[in-house]
Design a protein around this ligand. Structure first.
Ligand SMILES: [Mg+2]
Length: 118
């Protein structure tokens, strides 16, 4: 059981992931852009963050950087699309712990989470 922050500007994706994870017994927080993700991280200290890359207001890479400077131990998994390899590489260098390529399999998401929480 963990507190997980789901960050994506696509509402249907947030809902889908949130349902999937609450079905596993996790507590879910949601944010629709990087700015809100950073605010929510600071106020709620989730155990794990699933972070989209392309978002309005603040993108996922910038939000990752802010979260890691606030909490170097933050566990962040990037949600990426095909063609974002260079951003993924930069995210990993910045401290992202894993990434999942969209459209993703439920097992891949749950596996990444289990590995980081385990
Ligand atoms: Mg997006």
């Amino acid at each position: 059981m963990a507190k997980i922050l789901v960050v994506d500007d696509a509402e249907f994706l947030r809902v889908r992931i949130s349902k999937m994870l609450s079905g596993e017994g996790h507590d879910i927080l949601e944010a629709e852009n990087g700015l809100k993700a950073v605010e929510t991280y600071k106020s709620s200290k989730p155990d794990l963050v699933l972070m989209d890359i392309t978002m309005p207001e603040m993108d996922g890479l910038s939000a990752l950087k802010e979260i890691k400077s606030f909490d170097p131990a933050a566990r962040v998994v990037m949600l990426t699309a095909l063609g974002q390899e260079s951003v993924v590489l930069e995210a990993i260098k910045t401290g992202a712990r894993d990434f999942v390529v969209k459209p993703f399999e439920k097992e891949r998401v749950l596996g990444a989470i289990a590995k980081l929480l385990g």
